[in-house]
Write a protein that binds this ligand. Structure first.
Ligand code: PEP
Ligand code: MG
Length: 912
C-alpha cells in the first residue's frame, strides 16, 4: 500500500432514519436527511432507512451494488420489521414499503419511486383482511404492478393505462374510484399478463426481490435522459448520485378518515404566515398530482379532522422554529393518524424571500447576517423587472393561453410575428413585436434583436433562444409545448383551439413563463421606484420595499467591495448614483463620438496633413470637454474613470461593402464623388480581418498623433473647470488594451505633459490618476512590470475572457455556446460568470503581482462580470477594491458584495 493511502475503512451504506440528520444531505439526499431530522425531532415519520448516495455512486461506476450492501439492507430491514411487528410481504399482515429516490438537490419528478413493495398473490388477501377493505388491497396491488412494471421492468406505461381505461369503459364509469374489488382483481391478472408478455418473466412474487430491483431502478434513474437534462439545465453536478429511501407505507386511501396533503409554513408566494396548502381526502399522493379529484384548501381540514389539523399546525410550528425558515411538507392521514412523509426548506418567490428573511429577523429566529444569506442577487434582479399587472390578466380581453419555461425575466407585449425578417420590418416601422418560433437558431438573431421578447414552443433553459435572450437582457419564454406553432400558416394554436394569427397582440412573462393573448398592462417594479428614490421605505411603503431597504442597508454595512457604475453620460451617472454607485468605473468614450460627431472622426481619419488632423481634433476637444464636465458634476466627489478611445476606427466609418457599391454605381453613372472615393480609400486602408485583434485600444494612441492627448486635455480641462466652479472632480484616466508596460510608458509620458500644462495654465493641482485596463493575458502575466507605471488596474474581463479562451465575444454565444452548454463543457457562459480556473486565475495572479510591485495600487473590474453575483463573490475573495457594472445591476452588486462579506466568501466559495 502506498504510504499516504488511508487504510481501508468499512463504509456504511445504510442509515436508519434515527441515525441521520439534516446536515447529511450529501450522503442521504435532501429527502433522507430531512426524514431523519424529523424522526429525531420526535415527529410521526413512518419508520425506514436510507441507502446512501455513495452506494449509488459505486453502483453507477462499477455496474453492480457494493458487495456489503445486501447484508446492510437485510440488517436494517430486520430492524424495521421488528419495529413494525410484521415482516415484509408477510402473508397474513404484510409490511409494505415505498422505495423513493432523493438526491442532494431536489429534482422533482425526474427520478423513480415505487410504492406498495411487498404485495404479492400471497399477501394481498392479508392486506385486505387487515384493512378490512378488499377493494383497497386489490387497488394497491394493481398500483404496485403498474408502477413496478413501468419503472423497474421498463414496460411501456401506456399498456397499463389502456387496460385501465378499457376496464372503466367496460363498467361504464369514468374514474378509478368507481371500479370495485372484482374489477381490480381482474386488472391485476391483466397487468401480470402484460408484464410476462413484455419482459419474458413473471412479476416477482418474492418481496425482497421486489425491493432489491426497485432500489436498483432508483439508482439507474439517476442517469435517465430526463434526469440528465434537468441536471444540465439546473447546473447540478452529474456525479452526486441519488440516495434511496425505503419507508414503511402509510395509506391515505383507506376511507373518509384518511387523506393526503401538502402544506407550507408560510405563503411561498408572499411570505405571510398562515395556513397554506391543499388536502385531498381518501387519496394517495399520486392522486393529488394526477389531479383526478379536486383538492380542498388546507384550512378545511380543521372541520374534516380537527385532531390531525391541530397536530399538523403544531408540527409546522416546530419545523419552522427548528429549520428557522419556510418549510414545505407532505403528509398523510391514515384512519385519523397523522404521518409526516417529507419536509424541506421550501422554494419561494423572490418577493417572499426578502419578506421572509426580514420577518424571521423580527421573530428573533435568525440574525441579520443570516438574513443576508437567505436572499440573493438573482432574486433582487427579478424584483427589478417591470411586471404584468396580475389583477388584469383575468379580464375578458386577456387570456392565458399557455405556459413555458421562464427563460429570461421581464414582461413583454407585442404583435406575434413568426419569422425574423417580419420582426425586423415591423419593428423598423415602429411596431412592438414578439418573435414566435418553434426554436431559434443563429439566423434568427436580427429578429431577436428587433423583438420585445421571444417565445418558442421547444427547448429548455439552455436552448439557443434562452441563452441569447438572457445575453441580450431580453424577455424570453421557451419550451411552451402546448402551443402549436405553425410557421407556414403564420399562426399558433393554444390548447382549447384558440388561434393567434400573425399581428395579434400577445404578452409573455419571462419571470413566470406565462403566455397571454392580448395586452396585459405593465407596471413598474416598486423596488425600482424605491431605488430611484420615488418611494420612501417608510411605514406607508409596501412590505416588500421595506424588506429590500433593510436588506440593502445590511449589505452596505457588511460589504468591503465598493461598487461603481459603467456609465458614459450624465443621465446614466445620475441614475447610477441614485442606485448607490460610488463612482464610475468605466466611461467608454467611444459612445461620445457617435451620432453627429461621427463626421468629425471621419475628418480625423481622412486627414492627409498634420494641419487637417489637428483641426479635426481641435473640433472634437470642446465637445469632449463638455461631456466630461457633465459627468464630473453628476459624480461630484466620487471617482470617475475615463477610458481613452478603444474600438477600431472603422467602427465610426461607413460599411465597406455599402460604400464600395455606392462608389461603383456612381462611377458607372459617370458621377464619381471625390469625397466618397477618398473615404473608400480610407475605409479600405483601415479594413482588418480581425478588428478585435487589430488597431484598437492603446495602439490607436500610439499610432494616431494627438488623439489620446486631445482626450487627456479634455479631461484635465473639464476637471479644472469643475474645480473652479467649486466642485470636487476625481478623474482617473484609463488606457485600454495594454499588453506591455512600454505602451503604457509612452502614453503616460505624453499624458503627464498635457496635465502639467493644464495645471500650470489653470493654477490647480488636479490629482489625476493614470492607470490601465488588464484585458490581455500578456498584461495579466506581466502585471508586476505594468504596475510600476500604473496608479490602478481595472480588469476588462470581457476582453480578457475573449483573448484567454480565443472566443469571439460577438459571435460565440449565438453560434456554438448552446451546444457547449448542452454538452456540459461549461454550466454557464464564461462571458456571464467569471471562469475562475482560467480567466480568474489570470486576474488573481495579476492582483498579487500588481500589489507586490505597488502596494497602493487600486484594483477593480469593469467587465460585465462586475455585476454578476457569482463573479462578485470571486472578486471579493481575491481582494479587489471595487466592481463596476451597468447602472441597473448596481443594487445586485451591492447586495452580493454584502453577502460575500457576510458569508466570508473565499475565492473558492460561491454565491449559492
Ligand atoms: C472589457 O473588455 O471587459 C471592457 C470592460 O471593455 P469593453 O467591453 O468596452 O471592451
Ligand atoms: Mg475591453
Amino acid at each position: 500500500m502506498p504510504e499516504n493511502q488511508e487504510p481501508h475503512v468499512t463504509q456504511k451504506f445504510v442509515y436508519d432514519f434515527t441515525e441521520g440528520n439534516k446536515d447529511l444531505k450529501d450522503l442521504l439526499g435532501g429527502k433522507g436527511a430531512n426524514l431523519a431530522e424529523m424522526t429525531n425531532l420526535g415527529l410521526p415519520v413512518p419508520p425506514g432507512f436510507t441507502i446512501t448516495t455513495e452506494a449509488c455512486k459505486v453502483y453507477l461506476d462499477s455496474g453492480s451494488e457494493p458487495p456489503a450492501l445486501r447484508d446492510e439492507v437485510s440488517a436494517h430491514l430486520d430492524a424495521l420489521e421488528e419495529k413494525m411487528g410484521k415482516k415484509l410481504g408477510q402473508a397474513d399482515d404484510p409490511l409494505l414499503v415505498s422505495v423513493r429516490s432523493g438526491a442532494k438537490f431536489s429534482m422533482p419528478g425526474m427520478m423513480d419511486t415505487v410504492l406498495n413493495i411487498g404485495l404479492s398473490d400471497a399477501s394481498v388477501a392479508g392486506l385486505a383482511a387487515q384493512a378490512g377493505d378488499e377493494r383497497f388491497a386489490w387497488d394497491s396491488y394493481r398500483r404496485l404492478i403498474q408502477m413496478f412494471g413501468k419503472t423497474v421492468l421498463g414496460v411501456d406505461g401506456d399498456l397499463f393505462e389502456e387496460a385501465l381505461e378499457e376496464a372503466k369503459r367496460a363498467r361504464n364509469v369514468s374514474t378509478d374510484v368507481d371500479l370495485d374489488a372484482g374489477d381490480l382483481k381482474g386488472l391485476v391478472e391483466q397487468f401480470k399478463g402484460i408484464v410476462s408478455e413484455r419482459t419474458g418473466r413473471d412479476f416477482p412474487q418474492d418481496p425482497r426481490e421486489q425491493m432489491d430491483l426497485a432500489i436498483r431502478a432508483v439508482f439507474d434513474s439517476w442517469n435517465g435522459e430526463r434526469a440528465k437534462l434537468y441536471r444540465r439545465q439546473e447546473r447540478i453536478p452529474h456525479d452526486l448520485g441519488t440516495a434511496v429511501n425505503v419507508c414503511s407505507m402509510v395509506f391515505g386511501n383507506l376511507g373518509p378518515d384518511s387523506g393526503t396533503g401538502v402544506a407550507f409554513t408560510r405563503d411561498p408566494a408572499g411570505g405571510q404566515q398562515g395556513v397554506y396548502g391543499d388536502y385531498l381526502a381518501n387519496a394517495q399522493g399520486e392522486d393529488v398530482v394526477a389531479g383526478i379529484r379536486n383538492t380542498v384548501p388546507l384550512a378545511e381540514l380543521e372541520t374534516i379532522d380537527k385532531k390531525s389539523y391541530d397536530q399538523l399546525m403544531q408540527i409546522m410550528e416546530t419545523l419552522e422554529n427548528h429549520y428557522r425558515d419556510l418549510c414545505d411538507i407532505e403528509f398523510t392521514i391514515e384512519r385519523g393518524k397523522l404521518w409526516m412523509l417529507q419536509t424541506r426548506v421550501g422554494k419561494r418567490t423572490a418577493a417572499a424571500a426578502f419578506r421572509i428573511a426580514t420577518q424571521l429577523v423580527d421573530q428573533g429566529l435568525i440574525d441579520e447576517t443570516e438574513a443576508l444569506r437567505r436572499v440573493n442577487g438573482a432574486q433582487l434582479a427579478q424584483l427589478m423587472f417591470p411586471r404584468f399587472d396580475e389583477s388584469r390578466t383575468g379580464d375578458g380581453a386577456v387570456e392565458r393561453i399557455g405556459r413555458g419555461i421562464a427563460a429570461s425575466p421581464g414582461a413583454a407585449v407585442g404583435a406575434a410575428v413568426f419569422d425574423s425578417a417580419t420582426a425586423v420590418a415591423r419593428a423598423r416601422a415602429g411596431e412592438k413585436v414578439i418573435l414566435v418560433r418553434r426554436e431559434t437558431n443563429p439566423d434568427d438573431l436580427d429578429g431577436m434583436i428587433a423583438a420585445e421578447g421571444i417565445l418558442t414552443s421547444r427547448g429548455g433553459k439552455t436552448s439557443h433562444a434562452a441563452v441569447v435572450a438572457r445575453g441580450m437582457g431580453k424577455t424570453c419564454v421557451c419550451g411552451a409545448e402546448e402551443l402549436q406553432v405553425d410557421l407556414r400558416q403564420r399562426r399558433m394554436t393554444a390548447p382549447g383551439g384558440l388561434v393567434v394569427e400573425e399581428g395579434d397582440v400577445i404578452s409573455i412573462d419571462g419571470s413566470t413563463g406565462s403566455v397571454y393573448r392580448g395586452e396585459v398592462p405593465v407596471v413598474p417594479s416598486p423596488v425600482v421606484e424605491y431605488f430611484e428614490g420615488r418611494t420612501r421605505p417608510d411605514e406607508q411603503a409596501d412590505e416588500l420595499v421595506r424588506a429590500v431597504h433593510r436588506i440593502m442597508t445590511l449589505a452596505d454595512g457588511e460589504r468591503r467591495l465598493r461598487v461603481r457604475a459603467n456609465a458614459d453620460n450624465a443621465e446614466d451617472a445620475a441614475r447610477a448614483r441614485r442606485f448607490g454607485a460610488q463612482g464610475i468605473g468605466l466611461c467608454r468614450t467611444e459612445h461620445m463620438f457617435l451620432g453627429e460627431r461621427r463626421e468629425l472622426v471621419e475628418r480625423l481619419v481622412l486627414a492627409e496633413t498634420d494641419e487637417e488632423c489637428e483641426a479635426a481634433l481641435a473640433a472634437l476637444l470642446p465637445l469632449q470637454k463638455g461631456d466630461f464636465v457633465e459627468l464630473f458634476e453628476a459624480m461630484d466627489g466620487l471617482p470617475v474613470t475615463v477610458r481613452l478611445l478603444d474600438p477600431p476606427l472603422h467602427e465610426f466609418l461607413p460599411d465597406l461593402t455599402e460604400l464600395s457599391v455606392r462608389v461603383a454605381l456612381a462611377e458607372a453613372r459617370g458621377e464619381a464623388d471625390e469625397d466618397d472615393q477618398r473615404l473608400l480609400r480610407a475605409v479600405r486602408r483601415l479594413h482588418e480581418q480581425n478588428p478585435m485583434l487589430g488597431l484598437r485600444g492603446v495602439r490607436l494612441g500610439l499610432v494616431i498623433p494627438g488623439l489620446f492627448t486631445m482626450q487627456v486635455r479634455a479631461i484635465a480641462e473639464a476637471a479644472a473647470d469643475r474645480a473652479a466652479a467649486g466642485g470636487d472632480p476625481r478623474a482617473e484616466i484609463m488606457i485600454p488594451l495594454v499588453g506591455t508596460v512600454q505602451e503604457l510608458e509612452c502614453v503616460r509620458e505624453e499624458a503627464e505633459k498635457v496635465i502639467a500644462e493644464v495645471q500650470q495654465a489653470r493654477g490647480v493641482d488636479l490629482k489625476l490618476l493614470i492607470g490601465t485596463m488588464i484585458e490581455l493575458p500578456r498584461a495579466a502575466v506581466t502585471a508586476g512590470q505594468i504596475a510600476e507605471c500604473a496608479d490602478f488596474f481595472s480588469f476588462g474581463t470581457n476582453d480578457l475572457t475573449q483573448t484567454t479562451w480565443g472566443f469571439s465575444r460577438d459571435d460565440v454565444e449565438a453560434s456554438f455556446f448552446t451546444a457547449y452548454l448542452e454538452k456540459g463543457v461549461f454550466g454557464v457562459s464564461p462571458f456571464e460568470t467569471i471562469d475562475r480556473d482560467g480567466v480568474g486565475a489570470l486576474v488573481r495572479g495579476a492582483v498579487e503581482a500588481g500589489r507586490a510591485a505597488r502596494p497602493d495600487l487600486k484594483l477593480g473590474v469593469c467587465g460585465e462580470h462586475g455585476g454578476d453575483p457569482e463573479s462578485v463573490h470571486f472578486f471579493h475573495g481575491i481582494g479587489l477594491d471595487y466592481v463596476s457594472c451597468s447602472p441597473f445591476r448596481i443594487p445586485v452588486a451591492r447586495l452580493e458584495a454584502g453577502r460575500a462579506a457576510a458569508m466570508g466568501s473565499g475565492e473558492g466559495s460561491d454565491s449559492r
